[in-house]
Design a protein around this ligand. Structure first.
Ligand code: HEC
Length: 114
């Protein structure tokens, strides 16, 4: 079973590679900005139930969400005071790299077909 899960995980990682971000750079960025302080250990255990789990979410969805926080009040933006502050220093490349890293993590989310 463990081998099967590992195999599936490796498959998911390679599928996500198409998004083009760098997993290693994304890992360095989430450490630098202490994203796990709220989103929790392994990005699977948010410190508050109202905070989302990020591990294993698709890279393009993570990038979409972070870009929406950058837009803020604008069209298709997300107006959230906490995340609005977090995304300020992030470039588009940072966002793609963070997406690649978070997507590569083992997830406890139930996923549909990809
Ligand atoms: C101070 C706590 C805190 C920190 C630090 C934090 N976040 Fe968040 N994050 C939140 C909260 C709260 C939400 C939900 C906001 C909302 O309702 O839109 C969120 C939402 C998100 C989402 C959207 C998830 C989804 O499913 O739509 C992403 C992606 C995300 N955060 C990434 C990050 C990254 C990357 C960092 C570090 C650069 C970070 N967060 C740092 C609290 C935090």
């Amino acid at each position: 079973m463990k081998k099967l899960i590992t195999g599936l995980f490796v498959g998911v990682v390679s599928l996500n590679a198409f998004a083009g971000g760098s997993v290693a750079s994304g890992e360095a960025l989430v450490k630098k900005y202490s994203c796990a302080a709220c989103h929790g250990a392994d990005f699977n255990k948010p410190v508050d139930p109202s905070y989302p789990k990020l591990a294993g979410q698709p890279a393009d969805y993570i990038a979409h969400a972070l870009t929406a926080y950058k837009r803020g009040d604008g069209a298709n933006g997300r107006n959230n005071p906490i995340m609005g502050g977090q995304v300020k220093p992030l470039s588009d490349k940072d966002i793609a790299d963070i997406g690649a890293y978070l997507a590569s993590l083992p997830t406890t989310l139930v996923v549909g077909h990809r």
